[in-house]
Design a binder for this molecule. Structure first.
Ligand SMILES: Nc1ncnc2c1ncn2[C@@H]1O[C@H](COP(=O)(O)OP(=O)(O)OP(=O)(O)O)[C@@H](O)[C@H]1O
Ligand SMILES: [Mg+2]
Length: 453
């Protein structure tokens, strides 16, 4: 049994909530005004707050946000559930950002309210998460982050935000360099939302030409155009009651941007070749590795579409900004490969770890994953050393080097030594001479990089 404070200026609402809570076995007290609520909160030990967002004729919700703030200055840990008017998603988002644990729409569904309340109580979300920075273990107790590996502070901050905003239906924009894990983040938002049992439909907008956009996204009827031999269900319809993930949205051409804007505005569209309007219920998550702000300022990306998709924006950190996660990621992929290739003896040489951390990962996690996979495939030895990785590094796509960026000095050194060793068939004197090093200096480097054998 929990003790719950109900805050609403409408006595009828307080009474009906109190009855519902009583039937569910909880005790409650009520406050009709923010000052009364704050007084109760400072005097009594309570387990949860359910609160309305408006207390006068004003309907912006700003009073509710202020009250939430004041509650937070009295207690950091109590879970707060907001009651918001239907359709005020941005208010709900602001509330979640300010530390609410959930929000329900008015008029509410009793079952949903009790479920949300139970979740907040059981998991003690607030007590765990709002007390500073939660650890990865604490986050995992509350949320499901699937295959996302990492516990660097930057990543934890991102995961906490992802967890928090998942419950809202607000559109989310995921930004970050190529290979940082934007798709995994999109999946995590869906998996932690109330739509988790619904479909997750991914569309790569970069790959859709403007002529195919409508039939792909809205579907078509047989005969709608010359090649339309069968009816086709569009992606938006497939995403009904779920989430649609619009990947590479920065690559969408202007004419398709207008069409997309229309659907996002009123959640309805017409199937090609049919005059019927379809209404669907979906949440939008978009991602891009391009600089959307810049595309908006040059006019390549519509500003109204930009605002429509970025109610929540999250930035996925580049791998170079969370180097602490490199050993975990490398180990994670090695564990996976152990079972895939049935090589239980696979292990990382301890010298390889700092070496991997010092590489210039412009391809981010994708590049790290590819390097580990290639190295495991090619090396017959289970004990993976720097030289095994170094030799595969040269065969990597080298995207970053092609983009005119240099590798680290260590990378260049390793690559030069490796080439010289191949060229001179590991004859130390010749290798040293060709590199302009003394034999002792070469030996030291061979040892440092594990290139010796
Ligand atoms: N934190 C992580 N833990 C485990 N694997 C990860 C992580 N981040 C990324 N990956 C893996 O790295 C690869 C690239 O990730 P993903 O496809 O999500 O990148 P992206 O940000 O969408 O890149 P792009 O902009 O090129 O589409 C995938 O194989 C993904 O599983
Ligand atoms: Mg991607």
């Amino acid at each position: 049994m929990a003790k719950i404070l109900i805050i609403d200026d409408d006595p009828a609402i307080c009474a009906s909530l109190a009855l519902l809570l009583k039937q569910a076995g909880h005790e409650s007290c009520k406050a009709l005004t923010p000052p009364a609520a704050l007084k109760i909160l400072s005097d009594e030990a309570l387990d949860l707050v359910i609160m309305d967002m408006n207390y006068s004729r004003e309907t912006s919700g700003s009073e509710g946000l202020k009250l939430l703030d004041d509650i937070r200055s009295i207690t950091q840990t109590i879970p707060v559930i907001l009651i918001t008017a239907w359709g005020t998603i941005d208010l709900a988002v602001k509330g979640m950002r300010a530390g609410a644990s959930d929000f329900i729409n008015k008029p509410w569904d009793n079952k949903q309210l009790l479920r949300s309340l139970q979740t907040a109580l059981n998991l003690g979300i607030q007590s765990k998460l709002s007390s500073g920075s939660p650890s990865r273990t604490e986050l995992d107790e509350v949320y499901d982050f699937g295959e996302i590996v990492g516990e660097d502070p930057q990543l934890l901050k991102l995961l906490e935000t992802v967890g928090r905003v998942s419950a809202t239906d607000a559109s989310a924009l995921i930004l970050g360099e190529s290979g940082t894990g934007k798709e995994l983040i999109a999946e995590a938002i869906h998996a932690n939302s109330n739509r988790r049992d619904g479909p997750f439909i991914k569309v790569n907008l970069g790959g859709i030409s403007s002529s195919l956009f409508e039939s792909e996204m809205f579907g078509h009827k047989r005969g709608a155009f010359t090649d339309a031999k069968y009816d086709r269900i569009g992606r938006f319809e497939k995403a009904h009651k779920g989430t649609i993930f619009l990947d590479e949205i920065g690559d969408l051409n202007r004419s398709s941007q207008i069409k997309l804007m229309r659907v996002l505005q009123d959640c309805s569209f017409e199937v090609l070749g049919s005059s019927q309007t379809k209404r669907v219920d979906f949440r939008v998550i978009a991602a891009t590795n391009r600089d959307l702000d810049a595309l908006v300022s040059t006019g390549e990306f519509r500003e109204d579409l930009f605002y429509r998709i970025n109610l929540i924006t999250v930035h996925v950190p580049a791998l170079k900004d969370r180097k602490g996660d490199i050993p975990r990621l490398a180990q994670y992929y090695i564990e996976k490969l152990k079972s895939i290739y049935n090589r239980p003896g696979l292990q990382l040489d301890s010298a390889a770890i700092p070496w991997l951390q010092n590489l210039n990962w412009t391809g981010n996690v994708r590049e790290l994953k590819n390097l580990v996979e290639r190295t495991v495939l090619v090396s017959s030895n289970d004990h993976l050393k720097v030289k095994d990785f170094a030799s595969q590094l040269q065969h990597s796509p080298q995207e970053h080097r092609d983009q005119g960026q240099l590798g680290t000095i260590e990378e260049m050194e390793i690559s030069m030594i490796h080439k010289a060793m191949l060229l001179h068939d590991k004859n130390i004197s010749k290798v040293a001479e060709s590199l302009g090093l003394s034999r002792a200096a070469l030996y030291r480097r061979l040892e440092k990089y594990g290139l010796g054998e």
